[in-house]
Ligand binder design. Structure first.
Ligand SMILES: Nc1ncnc2c1ncn2[C@@H]1O[C@H](COP(=O)(O)OP(=O)(O)OP(=O)(O)O)[C@@H](O)[C@H]1O
Length: 251
């Protein structure tokens, strides 16, 4: 699925957060970077069809067929994992994923198989009989991913899924997202440059209400080099504020 965001503006009350933002998202994993409050969650909600833009349009294209983000057909094809989510703690892992499949429109008789397939994709099927309350933070995030995946969406939107995970758990989640992205369009917001370098084919940087940078990770690395005189790693964090300020001025 290819997504096209055309001159989208959005915000809250009188506050404009996104200002005629345009962005093209091809199949594969695309990262979304930006400082706190830049509007990443606002944009992801629009991409997921949860909220509607003030102006502009978001269109998904599959071959010659296209569908607007405001339609019902669109929401069936999207999986969304919010930044904060809760589960019914007493429910078992498989039942949780089965319920998510049902809520997202999978026919009832197909839900257990769909849930099992999603748990396999995130490598959590060995925990299928466990109660949610017994899961670790990383396992919980992977269950979240499974619930977003169980209806086999073409587009998967993940809002800071790696937050709070230790390095080993982050790695497992990244591996799961990378393999999911090989067959789908995935958009993932994060503050971690390692997330982007590990998982993403492309990256967008949000600044001053616009997509101030939209290219491959290699091109972003070159920009960091220009700003900081050295590459990724801690240098990225050092250079990040400067880059965002510069991109914001240029946007
Ligand atoms: N429901 C809301 N009502 C009013 N203002 C909001 C609401 N949600 C977000 N905002 C404001 O909109 C701006 C963008 O917020 P958003 O959560 O999209 O940013 P973000 O880039 O995801 O931030 P973070 O990296 O901290 O998660 C911020 O100034 C925020 O305070």
């Amino acid at each position: 699925m290819n997504l096209t965001v055309e001159r989208v503006s959005a915000g809250y009350g009188h506050v404009r957060v996104l200002d005629e933002l345009s962005w093209r998202i091809p199949p594969g994993v695309t990262g979304l970077l930006g400082p706190n409050g830049a509007g990443k969650t606002t944009l992801l909600h629009l991409l997921a069809g949860i909220t509607r833009p003030w102006q502009g349009a978001i269109t998904a294209r599959d071959g010659s067929a296209s569908v607007l983000s405001t339609g019902k057909e669109y929401s069936r094809r999207v999986g969304f994992l919010p930044q904060h989510f809760t589960f019914a703690e007493e429910m078992r892992v498989l039942d949780t994923a089965t319920y998510a499949a049902w809520v997202n429109g999978v026919p009832k008789r197909d839900c257990p198989a769909a849930a099992w397939a999603a748990l396999e994709q995130v490598d959590l099927h060995s925990k299928s009989r466990d109660r949610v309350k017994s899961l670790s933070g990383g396992q919980r995030q992977r269950l979240g991913l499974a619930t977003a995946l169980a209806h086999e969406p073409d587009l998967l939107i993940l809002d800071e899924p790696t937050v709070g995970l230790d390095p080993a758990q982050r790695l497992r989640l990244r591996e799961a997202i990378t393999s999911i992205g090989a067959r789908r369009t995935v958009v993932i917001s994060t503050h971690l440059i390692e997330d982007v370098t590990y998982m993403c084919d492309r990256v967008g940087v949000l600044a001053a209400g616009k997509m101030a940078f939209d290219d491959t990770i290699d091109e972003l690395a070159k920009l960091v080099d220009e700003d900081a005189g050295h590459g990724f790693g801690s240098a990225f964090e050092q250079a990040y504020a400067g880059i965002v300020a510069r991109l914001g001025r240029e946007a």
